[in-house]
Design a protein around this ligand. Structure first.
Ligand SMILES: C[S@@+](CC[C@H](N)C(=O)[O-])C[C@H]1O[C@@H](n2cnc3c(N)ncnc32)[C@H](O)[C@@H]1O
Length: 410
């Protein structure tokens, strides 16, 4: 925007100002990426504002204890502010941190994890380690899920991402988070089947792009391991950061020297293979048959003979299965979907004496804290370590892995 246009915009804003618009100074970034400020004893959230900035805002949603606002103008800029490189930033719901320098994003994400543990498990906040991150902040995603832009079935259509309202779908020509090999996917048109609301596209190791429409097995690489995965199953999005997670988990496993590694929500067996290769017995649970097929192939290729790999839902099968495990030397690792673990499983784990070490990898901080509160409620475990990872640069999401140790047999 040129200077004249900026002056006109400023005049427009001043003309349209309301008497109850507020002048706020941002104190910090909260989980989700909004700036937080106080005014007359009340908390206000300001999307797109940075700590230290003075902003003019309009209150859009005024509650008793807090208000959600829309930023009208930045009155004083933060030196951490940068121009977002993506033309869809602010309309697309995918990214929340493109307007801040990457080292500052990392600093605030680590702060949010520490603050979460401080609020819920105060003495254990000191167990939060520095955030670990990969080599770059863009082009790291090896898969994208795109949604219908139209309800039609007979004609090919562009696909897109959910907008900031989380309801409308925005067609995009490219995504800067995605591996550049996925670029063609954004430019193409797709004939969607009846009932097919979205489609996931993934990059195979050999350059092929596979999609969830075809349930195809493909190879993908994490560090030195080439793994089978399914286009219709889960696979970690950020290979370099997955390797960092696996290395940390390997340290914990080596130190614990378990007899048995239990991989819950096992997917294609990624962490059994990368972190538990030296453990005498491996077993686990996964509900997706496509992922299970890959897990079996991955294990077979490496001559891993699992002590028990069950296809089913963890909350249904693990309580009975755990009775068949040895009474000591059990290391349970769980990496559930974003929604976390079933309440019944948290309660079961809270009462369980048989698990020596329990590592929980989560991509949702609030859900992780919710589940940990229940798991720790009977006083059987203590928090030993908490490690944040920036698995999703430029977005609000934070991956966190926590090691719990059983006070009796850990
Ligand atoms: C975040 S992924 C983790 C996958 C695995 N750790 C990996 O890296 O390949 C979650 C996995 O849990 C599976 N899943 C989701 N809900 C489940 C449940 N209730 N019981 C068993 N598996 C489940 C999904 O199919 C998915 O493979």
């Amino acid at each position: 925007m040129n200077a004249a246009a900026r002056v006109i915009r400023s005049h427009d804003i001043i003309r349209s100002m309301k008497s109850d618009d507020l002048d706020l100074t941002i104190e910090k970034l909260v989980f989700g990426g909004d700036g937080l400020a106080h005014h007359e004893g009340k908390v206000y959230f300001v999307p797109g504002a940075l700590p230290g900035e003075k902003v003019l805002v309009r209150v859009m949603n005024d509650k008793k204890n807090y208000g959600k606002t829309k930023r009208l103008k930045i009155l004083a800029n933060s030196p951490a502010r940068v121009d977002p490189p993506c033309p869809y930033y602010g309309q697309c719901g995918g990214c929340q941190y493109q307007h801040i320098r990457y080292p500052e994003e990392l600093r605030w994400k680590e702060y949010q994890v520490r603050e979460g543990f401080e609020r819920h498990f105060r003495p254990d906040a000191k167990r939060v380690e520095p955030i670990r991150f990969g080599p770059g902040d863009y082009h790291y995603r090896n898969s994208v899920t795109l949604h219908r832009t139209s309800g039609q079935t007979g004609t090919a259509q562009r696909l897109g991402f959910f907008g900031v309202d989380n309801t409308s779908v925005l067609g995009v020509e490219n995504c800067l988070l995605a591996n550049q090999r996925l670029e063609a996917v954004f430019k193409s048109r797709y004939l969607m089947k009846k009932g097919e609301d979205d489609r996931t596209f993934k990059c195979a190791e050999d350059g092929e792009i596979v999609s969830s429409q075809e349930a195809k097995l493909y190879r993908t690489r994490v560090g030195k391991e080439s793994l089978w995965a399914s286009s219709a199953g889960f696979f970690q999005n950020h290979a370099a950061v997955t390797e960092l997670v696996a290395d940390r988990l390997l340290d914990w496993v080596v130190e614990a020297r378990p007899k048995c590694f239990v991989d819950l929500y096992a997917g294609v067996g990624t962490f059994s293979i990368l972190s538990a290769w030296d453990v005498p017995d491996v077993c686990g649970v996964e509900e997706n048959p496509n992922s299970m097929e890959c897990l079996r192939k991955n294990f077979l290729e490496r001559n891993i003979k699992p002590a028990g790999m069950i296809e089913g839902r963890v909350e249904n099968v693990f309580p009975a299965f755990s009775k068949t495990l040895p009474s000591e030397g059990i290391f349970v690792f769980m990496d559930p979907p974003r929604s976390g673990i079933d309440r019944s499983l948290s309660l079961f784990l809270a009462e369980s004496d048989g698990i020596g070490h329990l590592a929980y990898l989560s991509c949702d901080l609030a859900i992780l804290l919710r589940d940990l509160k229940l798991i720790l409620s009977k006083g059987k475990y203590v928090i030993r370590q908490v490690v944040p990872f920036d698995m999703f640069p430029r977005t609000k999401h934070i991956e966190v892995m926590v090691l719990l140790v059983n006070l009796k047999n850990g």
